[in-house]
Design a protein around this ligand. Sequence first.
Ligand SMILES: *Cc1c(COP(=O)(O)O)cnc(C)c1O
Length: 387
Amino acid sequence: MIPFIDLGAQYRLIQEEVEAAVLRVLRSGQYILGPEVDALEQALSDFVGVRHAVSCASGTDALVMALMAKGVGAGDAIITTPFTFMASAEAISLVGATPVFVDVDPHSFNIDPAVLSDVSQSLAKASDGAAPLPKLPLDRLRPRGIIAVDLFGLPADYAAIEQIAGEQELFVIEDAAQSFGATLGNRRAGALASIGATSFFPAKPLGCYGDGGALFTDDHDLAELFRSIRVHGQGADRYEHVRIGITGRLDALQAAILSIKLKILPEELEKRQRVAAAYKRAIAERGLPLETPHVPDGYTSAWAQYSVLAADASARSDYQSRLSAAGIPTGIYYPTPLHLQPAFASLGYSRGDFPVAESLSERIFSLPMHPYLNEDDVQSIMRAMSA
Ligand SMILES: *Cc1c(COP(=O)(O)O)cnc(C)c1O
């Protein structure tokens, strides 16, 4: 039995240290924020290479807090991808703004800069009242920003995205929930836009034992805003509230656990690279008709998922049944693109609007991926797939 993500193997490695840290926190009497959280934030900002890391209660809260800090609300349009986890777009709706989707690149699975450029231009025209957006009644929305997602751990094309954002005066938020530890050039994921947001949900590349998240920025004023929003818009003292905020704090137990896991992350990232390379090699050697992930020059992926593309939906379901018969779990990220989710029906999108995202959702599936998979595991997964 090969687990999809083996948190147990990781736990056995760090068990003593984690259990001692948990006991230390329990005995300290300080359970929310405090020194454990301060130490984690320092270590996170060093690792990511930004001036400020502000931890929070989840990746979703990180995105919501980023949008709140930017003053985003009703009447604002935020551009994002329809091929991502719900939270990327949900955060936009939670602050009362409108998600505007743009299709993805068929190989990176991230926002396609050419489509982004078209949509941001027509959005700008529509907001001037000049021309409505094709298909959608989105005129009169104020285009404000872009949430780019680093899907499955691979950073989006920030050089192209930042250029388009600059031309249209849009801000960029990096949703690095899946890419913590990835790199683009000499920068880490989380530092690839003016605001980075990540999640420490247990299954992410850096996960805690509960919910958690963080924001990254070089901007001191933004970091102060995040810290205020995270505790109910706190002002100079605890019972002065200068703005509307949320309950967005990280607890000390999760911070203590994350500090330990962050220390082994570089080694785990190395191991993930080896697993991904082993998959690519084995799939090629066996001549399986699957498209494997392409990591462009200058990028490294954090390999939150190893997702491959079958020729069509029926080929995918054949692979999944063969693997499942051999006791090997697979996942589908994501079976329904966000523009077709019932929760976003009021946006007025329909099937056919984002052909790349729709085709990917029918053909994609993910193989087990974690740092503790070995070459034998990869070979038995390959045997099951070729059976
Ligand atoms: C997991 C995830 C989030 C949300 O993180 P939570 O900590 O679960 O709230 C946001 N965006 C993406 C792309 C994710 O994968």
